[in-house]
Design a binder for this molecule. Structure first.
Ligand code: ZN
Length: 382
């Protein structure tokens, strides 16, 4: 499509993206700041762990604090004090989850997604155009097209409908994106000039476990033209295993030079597997949610020399009373604020007394683990 700012190596693997709020080295893991915050951490904490970009979500932000509030505050970067790149998710996956959980929470039509979350005082309509407008008004660096998400266990008819709708919506998203950007470029001389490069637009490849449908979806999206692509659909089977075959196949359908976001893939071993398939961006709530529940990612070997295979990491469950007198950090191989200063015994104590310091230290530790993982992946894949 439009000229993009994607740097590649000789094998055409994308190495970096030039975005309005700075460059993004690949591969990258993006913590989910779903509600505009990585719970318990501020921007300084995130930067101390090496976080380079975060992912936020239209579905949640349009409810709280609300789109008009974000707009009045000058967009996400200013409103939430994060000066680096932000990827926004279109909201498609969250509406799918909501409706899947209970159809009375919403419905899906050709026009868009109508939803009424429990506790909300009004209904919300998310159309492809609206999703793009919001993401662009929010100042996102990577904008993602609204898609019709499925999981692999849904019927062939549902998968077909999802692909047809996802392609139609992607076409509408691109038209909206281009007209909005053209308008902004025209207004570039006013009080809010467009900052540097334009945001990138990604479309999402659906099709469940059906290779033909994935192929059709990828081909149609490629013919419309996007800067990058996302892996659509829930990436795990009903037993929680990564759907490796279809995920690898889907990556092969998109030429290597286009960045591809493995949406929702966050388990460390799954990230390694998908990065080796050629996926470049990852996001998940898992490391931060796990941290708050006392499930701490633990490096068993020095990341600088790890091949990231075998037992290179494990989990530390901090609630275990065996840590009550353990005077060593979570991992001798971790250089985070927590591991450099505090023992397992102290963390165990903070967890037991439910102090907010536990959430902060544990979250910084798990995110530092993810940042060390992607740093090592960049070396191994170079
Ligand atoms: Zn640590």
């Amino acid at each position: 499509m439009m000229r993009t700012a994607i740097e590649s190596d000789r094998s055409k693997r994308p190495l970096a993206l030039q975005l309005p709020h700075g460059p993004l080295q690949l591969p990258i893991f993006l913590p989910d700041a779903t509600q505009g915050v990585v719970r318990g951490l501020d921007a300084g904490d995130l930067q101390r762990t090496g976080v380079e970009a975060v992912q936020m979500n239209v579905f949640h932000l349009m409810q709280k604090p609300g789109s008009s509030a974000i707009k009045a505050l000058g967009g996400l970067h200013h409103a939430f004090g994060w000066p680096h790149p932000i990827v926004t998710d279109s909201g498609g996956f969250q509406v799918y989850s909501l409706i899947h959980q209970n159809p009375r929470y919403g419905s899906l039509t050709e026009r868009g997604m109508l939803f009424h979350p429990e506790g909300a005082t009004r209904r919300f309509l998310l159309t492809p155009e609206k999703s793009i407008q919001l993401q662009m008004e929010y100042g996102a660096d990577i904008v993602i097209c609204l898609d019709d998400c499925t999981d692999v266990d849904q019927s062939p008819a549902t998968q077909q409908e999802s692909v047809a709708r996802t392609v139609k919506w992607a076409r509408r998203c691109k038209a909206e994106f281009e007209s909005r950007w053209a308008l902004r470029a025209k207004q570039g001389r006013d009080q809010r000039p467009a900052p540097g490069p334009r945001p990138l637009l990604f479309a999402v490849v659906q099709g469940g476990g059906d290779r033909d449908l994935r192929q059709r979806c990828a081909a149609e999206l490629m013919s419309i033209g996007f800067d990058g692509f996302g892996l659509g659909g829930w990436p795990l089977d009903s037993k929680g295993h990564l759907l490796q075959d279809i995920i690898a196949y889907t990556r092969e359908l998109i030429p290597a030079q286009f960045p591809m976001h493995a949406l929702g893939v966050g388990q460390p071993a799954n990230i390694v597997t998908c990065a080796r398939m050629g996926y470049n961006l990852f996001d998940s709530t898992m490391p931060t949610r796990d941290a708050r529940h006392g499930r701490l990612l633990t490096l068993n070997e020095a990341p600088a020399s790890s091949a990231l295979t075998g037992d290179w990491y494990s989990y530390t469950y901090i609630q275990d009373s065996k840590y009550i007198r353990m005077d060593r950090p979570i991992s001798a191989h971790c250089d985070c604020l927590c591991c450099r200063n505090y023992s397992l015994a102290y963390l165990h104590h903070l967890y037991r007394v439910s102090d907010s310091l536990f959430y902060r230290l544990a979250t910084m530790h798990n995110l530092r683990f993810m940042m060390q993982l992607v740093a090592r992946l960049r070396e191994l894949l170079a």
